[in-house]
Design a protein around this ligand. Structure first.
Ligand code: GRF
Length: 208
C-alpha cells in the first residue's frame, strides 16, 4: 500500500517559481507530497496560470472578491480545509493571513524569505528591498530562510536556512537571482523533510 502523501496548499501573489518547483518536486517524487490547491490574491499572477496548467484547483481570493471584514480569512480557511490541506506553504504571498487561518493551521504554515532571518525581515522587507539592504549593510553572506508563520511579518520559528555568498560587484538583481535558485532547492528539501518526519514542526530546535 502506498504511503499517504502530505497535502499542501500554496498561497502566492506573483511569479510562482517556488510554486512551480514544489509542483515539479511532487511530480518527480522528490517530495512525498501533493499540491492540492493554490490560492492567489492577484488574478493576473503567473502562479495562477502555473496551477491551471498543472490541473491544480486554484482560486483568486482577495479583498476584491471578499470585501466584507473576515470574509476573506474565512474563505481561505475553508478552501484549504475542503481540499484536505495539512501544510500551507506561502510562496511569494504578499498578504498577511487572518486569525482564522492562522488558528486552524497554527504551526503548519511556512513562509520563504530571501535572507537570513532574523536579519533583513519584517514589514516592507520584500523583493529587491531585501537584497539592497543586504548589500548596503556590506554583508558577505546572505541566504534563504523558511520559517513558521505567526501574526508578525517574517517572525515565527526558523525551520531551515541556507547560506548564499554575496559576491564582489553584486547588484540587488544578481543577488536575488542567486538566492532564488537556492530558495527552490531549500523549499522542496524542507517540505520533504517535513513529509518524511525528519523535521518535526512541533519540536523545532531552538535557534540562538
Ligand atoms: C521569493 O523571493 C520569496 O522568497 C519571496 O517572494 C519571492 C517569490 O518568488 N517571499 P516566486 O513567486 O516564487 O517566483
Amino acid at each position: 500500500m502506498s504511503k499517504k502523501k502530505l497535502a499542501i496548499g500554496v498561497l502566492s501573489s506573483h511569479g510562482g517559481t517556488n510554486l512551480q518547483t514544489i509542483i515539479d518536486s511532487c511530480k518527480s517524487g522528490h517530495i512525498d507530497a501533493e499540491v492540492r490547491v493554490v490560492i492567489c490574491n492577484n488574478s493576473r499572477a503567473t502562479a495562477m496560470e502555473r496551477a491551471k496548467r498543472e490541473g491544480i484547483p486554484c482560486f483568486h481570493m482577495s479583498g476584491a472578491t471578499h470585501p466584507e471584514p473576515g470574509e476573506l480569512d474565512s474563505a481561505i480557511t475553508s478552501t484549504l480545509t475542503e481540499h484536505g490541506v495539512e501544510l500551507v506553504a506561502l510562496a511569494g504571498y504578499m498578504k498577511k493571513l487572518g486569525p482564522l487561518t492562522l488558528e486552524r493551521y497554527r504551526g503548519r504554515v511556512l513562509n520563504i524569505h530571501p535572507a537570513l532571518l532574523p536579519k533583513f525581515g519584517g514589514q516592507g522587507m520584500y523583493g529587491e528591498r531585501v537584497h539592497k539592504a543586504v548589500l548596503d549593510a556590506g554583508e558577505k553572506v546572505s541566504g534563504v530562510s523558511i520559517h513558521v508563520v505567526d501574526e508578525e511579518y517574517d517572525h515565527g520559528p526558523v525551520v531551515s536556512q541556507r547560506q548564499v555568498p554575496v559576491l564582489e560587484g553584486d547588484t540587488p538583481e544578481s543577488l536575488a537571482e542567486r538566492v532564488l535558485t537556492q530558495e527552490h532547492i531549500l523549499y522542496s528539501d524542507t517540505i520533504q523533510d517535513i513529509a518524511s518526519g525528519k523535521i518535526d514542526l512541533d519540536n523545532l530546535p531552538q535557534m540562538d
